[in-house]
Design a protein around this ligand. Structure first.
Ligand code: GLV
Length: 297
């Protein structure tokens, strides 16, 4: 990051070791690049005027009790789209191409011509949360031949995709093959996938959550899986992470659990994503596209 913006005096520390930083230097700090925000740190930085998150989700910062509401915070979500699109398509294609069954047949040297892949062409995929990440996922699903609808907060015309609000979800779900959750956790989205919605699902529906665990009520999802209103769930995010060993999700036959790895953060990907912000900051210009604290993203 230092090389990317040499006009700034940038120092780094592990969140657990921030106290090793010179307190006089900390007192002059004007901007912070972080994921977790250690307790006590903000109070040591009276001149702090900007927080750049090292990820897409802002729920942990928006809700942070020590972070004053008037300090602008910004996201870094530019590089996650391709990763998450690959995650979603990988899991969906694994089902559609019947990879597990093929591997099982191979393990028994069985040639089974009945193992025809499923045709995803023309099947409906919904992507809840259609910002930069959701749109990239939508594009990838469309390349698989699926009909894609982006579910957004406020309906609007879009040159590329059909968009609809979440009020339309119950009407879509009976025909939906894949519902991807790629929305932030906000007061409007928490618990949006609940029994009331899932009762409109179908036995072929695959639900993939790459957004936040609390978008979904886990007990309601389990009941819907058991009732055949959801066919399978692929879950990368959970309300509590790591997912506790006692969670029934680990052992449910229709659930795939992955360790919040659908969008890894690497410096190589992240730095280009925040370069414009760093430049604005170095030049004393306002940071664009900061999070709306009321909207929570
Ligand atoms: C990861 O979950 C992120 O929000 O960046």
């Amino acid at each position: 990051m230092k090389d990317a913006e040499p006009r700034l005096d940038i120092r780094g520390a592990h969140p657990r070791e921030w106290e090793s930083l010179d307190p006089d230097w900390l007192a002059e700090v004007e901007a912070l690049f972080c994921w977790s925000l250690p307790k006590g740190l903000i109070a040591r930085m009276p001149k702090l005027g900007w927080v750049q998150n090292s990820g897409a989700g802002m729920d942990h910062l928006v809700a942070h009790p020590e972070l004053p509401g008037d300090i602008p915070i910004s996201r870094a979500d530019g590089h996650f789209g391709f990763w998450m699109a690959r995650y979603v398509c990988g899991h969906l294609l694994s089902e559609a191409q019947r990879l597990e069954e093929c591997a099982e047949a191979q393990s028994r040297a069985r040639w089974d011509p009945k193992l025809i892949p499923e045709d995803l062409g023309g099947k409906l995929a919904l992507v809840l949360g259609f910002g930069r990440i959701g749109r990239q996922i939508g594009r990838a699903l469309r390349e698989l031949g699926m009909d894609v609808i982006g579910i957004v907060r406020n309906s609007r015309e879009d040159a590329e995709f059909q968009l609809a609000t979440s009020a339309k979800l119950p009407g879509f779900l009976p025909e939906t093959r894949c519902l991807v959750l790629a929305a932030p956790s906000t007061k409007e989205t928490r618990g949006i996938v609940n029994a009331g919605l899932l009762q409109h699902g179908n036995s072929k529906l695959t639900l993939i959550n790459v957004g936040r665990g609390d978008l979904m009520r886990v007990e309601d999802l389990m009941a819907a899986l058991d009732a055949g209103n959801v066919g399978r769930a692929v879950l990368d995010v959970f309300s509590e992470e790591p997912l506790p060993a006692a969670s029934p999700l680990w052992h449910h036959a229709k659930v795939a659990v992955t360790p919040h790895h659908s969008g890894p953060s690497t410096p190589k990907d992240l730095i280009p994503d925040i370069l414009d912000n760093l430049r604005c900051f170095a030049e004393g210009r306002p940071i664009e596209g900061t999070v709306d604290r009321l909207r929570e993203y």
